[in-house]
Design a protein around this ligand. Structure first.
Ligand code: KIV
Ligand code: ZN
Length: 511
């Protein structure tokens, strides 16, 4: 018999704490909708008290989702709880996650509170939250470095005050599977209540054990797993939810627990997060890496041809990697294109389809086979371009001399106003980036520049990710184009535009 394991996705909260990652409002909304499609039970949409931006996106996500519960994070502070209440009040299933640190090191150095003060704060704030929310989740932060007797006391206090979900964070990724599993076993034995309490696992990957620890928690009675897509998050990241989901699916014989996820949406979800976070998924990453279903050795290839199960414990189709998708081409018409959009799960209005079809034709002119991955990139890239404050209107490059290149860049803003400048540099990209810096009159530090291809083959579209640092703040940008110089320019302009948006909102020009 299989039990249901709830999936609590915190990509938009803990995941966004990844150094250098900052999702825009639109990106957060798109991600939340895709997570709902993937079938997660709860989305931790943000920490509303932390910034007006977080508040607004939790509010918008609450209004947009129909099936998935929307949760907001709160410290043990009434104003934080009020902010979560306000931001989630229009959600179909509003949820709150209240936390306070409980380990000796956090009490002494961070909170400067005694154990008794922490217990009082738990009672007061969980009770307060319970007035507004049917389901209150409580987390003793740094639980795995909290002495077990005090951890039990904190959890009992939270349950007595009305918490019905208890999450055990391995905040610093310190625990190992048998130890972490034992915490769940002990809590099940020790906590006295006549309520149905759900125990939840929240692991960080500092020692590379986040997924293993989460699986150990399940074996010891946890019914909820928290994590992020692709395991993004603070430092080494969080539990990679796609790995837990497939672990439970493939080894159902062993774990006898299942998620309600729509596994075929796994790859698209992973691609979306990778693109918006600007973090490439390593090729050898379990489940969603490019090599996850490739076979190099002759013996393996021979075996897979005879029977895929010789070397594949799951099919690529299961997670939405369609090796044999029927590519579109130059001769494909609107009907075939619209059918493809439908098959890939996109609901796009007529005007949007018209624009996309034009762009698809452009790609098809340059590329023999337009695959599903090209279409996903086209749509996700187009979403970016539509939101972009500035579009790259023209780009011209010339070889000067002594290895110098000169670039002319023309940008157009949303109102149609154009901006143009030129510069030289020691290479094509440097000259383009210098010209863009001149347009914006800012010279950021380029922290990262990566280039990859959307698909295989010489005619593939290039996908460029950049990360810039301006005055200690990091901004990311993505550019997808057939021409890698164009893609590079688009990515850099997007990062610059995000910085411009930030200044405007600081100056109160935009709300
Ligand atoms: O890792 C952690 O402790 C957290 C808490 C806020 C639950 O993310
Ligand atoms: Zn965390």
């Amino acid at each position: 018999m299989s039990h249901h394991i709830q999936i609590f996705d915190t990509t938009l909260r803990d995941g966004e704490q990844t150094p250098g990652v900052s999702f825009s409002f639109d990106e957060r909304l798109t991600i939340a909708k895709q997570l709902e499609k993937w079938g997660v039970d709860i989305i931790e949409a943000g920490f509303p008290a932390s910034s007006p931006g977080s508040f607004k996106s939790v509010e918008a996500i609450s209004k947009a989702l129909t099936k998935t519960a929307v949760c907001g994070l709160a410290r043990c502070k009434k104003s934080d709880i009020d902010a979560v209440y306000e931001a989630t009040k229009e959600a179909q299933l509003p949820r709150i996650h209240v936390f306070i640190a409980t380990s000796p090191i956090h009490l002494e150095h961070k909170l400067k509170m005694t154990e008794d003060e922490v217990l009082s704060a738990i009672t007061e704030n969980v009770r307060y939250a319970k007035q507004y929310f049917d389901v209150v989740q409580f987390s003793p932060e740094d639980a795995t470095r909290t002495l077990l007797p005090f951890l039990i006391q904190c959890v009992q206090t939270a349950v007595d005050a009305g918490a019905t979900v208890i999450n055990i964070p391995d905040t610093v990724g310190y625990s190992y599977p048998t130890e972490y599993g034992n915490i769940f076993k002990t809590l099940h034995e020790e906590i006295q209540t006549d309520q149905d309490v759900i125990y939840s696992a929240h692991c960080h990957d500092d020692l590379g054990l986040a997924v293993a620890n989460s699986m150990a928690a399940i074996q010891n009675g946890a019914k909820r797993i928290e994590g992020t897509i692709n395991g993004i998050g603070e430092r080494a990241g969080n539990t990679a939810l796609e790995e837990v989901a497939l672990g439970l699916y493939v080894r159902n014989d062993y774990y006898q627990n299942q998620t309600k996820l729509n596994l075929a949406e796994t790859k698209v979800t992973s691609d979306l997060i990778s693109r918006y976070a600007g973090i490439r998924v390593p090729r050898n990453k379990a489940i969603v890496g490019q090599n996850a279903f490739s076979h190099e050795s002759g013996i393996h290839q021979d075996g897979v041809l005879k029977n895929p199960e010789t070397y594949e414990i799951m099919t690529p189709n299961l997670v939405g990697v369609k090796k044999n998708d029927l590519p579109l081409g130059k001769l494909s018409g609107k009907h075939a294109f619209n059918e493809k959009l439908k098959a890939l799960g996109y609901e796009i209005d007529d005007e949007g389809k018209k624009q996309l079809f034009k762009q698809f034709k452009d790609i098809a002119d340059k590329k023999k086979h337009v695959t599903d991955r090209d279409i996903h990139a086209l749509i996700q890239g187009t979403n970016h371009e539509q939101r972009a404050l500035y579009q790259v209107d023209a780009l011209q490059l010339q070889f000067v001399s002594n290895g110098l290149q000169s670039a002319v860049v023309v940008l157009k803003d949303k109102a149609g106003k154009t901006y143009q400048d030129s510069s030289i540099g020691t290479g094509s990209i440097v000259s383009i980036y210098n010209a863009v810096d001149r347009i914006f009159d800012v010279s950021p530090e380029l922290l990262d520049y990566t280039i990859d291809s959307v698909t295989e083959g010489l005619d593939a579209q290039g996908e460029v990710h950049v990360q810039i640092n301006v005055g200690g703040q990091t901004f990311t940008g993505i550019g997808i184009d057939h021409d890698i110089l164009y893609a590079s320019c688009k990515a850099y302009v997007e990062a610059h535009a995000k910085y411009q948006l930030e200044i405007q909102s600081e100056e109160g020009v935009t709300s």
